[in-house]
Design a protein around this ligand. Sequence first.
Ligand SMILES: O=C(O)CCC(=O)C(=O)O
Ligand SMILES: [Fe+2]
Length: 200
Amino acid sequence: MDLFSAEKIINILPFGGITNYHGIILNKTQCDFYYNTLMQNIKWENDRAIIFGKTIITKRKVAWYAESPFSYTYSKVTKTANIFNKELLELKSIVEKESGEIYNSCLLNLYHSGDEGMAYHSDGEKMLKKNGAIASLSLGAERKFSFKHKENKQRVDILLERGSLLVMKDKTQTNWLHRLPPTKKVNSPRINLTFRTIEL
Ligand SMILES: O=C(O)CCC(=O)C(=O)O
Ligand SMILES: [Fe+2]
């Protein structure tokens, strides 16, 4: 984070956590380049989710990348992380500079259209550093993102612009759920990268 960009960073949560919206941090050329390259080069896989005790395959695709090939268990399946490629290392460095935090892994999501989203959850897995920052970078279609407070159900919505950065930290995951609602208004793909710190 540099002194000149500090003024446009805002905490969008009224209480119970810090989630800073940094606005657009990538220019159009960078957005196009990374969107196209990641679409081609990432080892996208279908994701699994457990709904009412049944494992289903989601249309949304995912991929885990990290500094080292650590194993992780997700929806009862153990997988091994891919190693960061050149483009992910470049984006990690940009995001680290902008957020003032360091990350060692990245979960990527590919939503082919507005039909695909992600249900309310918080990212509090045991492997994640407690109250560590999660930095979310958006490419492709703009989508609405929603927070809901776990106790009083208060909602906060934000539009995640192309090339923008949202950093969830402090008590955000303890007190708030978040989701990417499906929408009829979008019919082009979105790629989201969430940089995280895994305790290895
Ligand atoms: O797609 C997004 O903007 C958020 C994804 C997310 O919440 C997650 O991967 O945990
Ligand atoms: Fe999440």
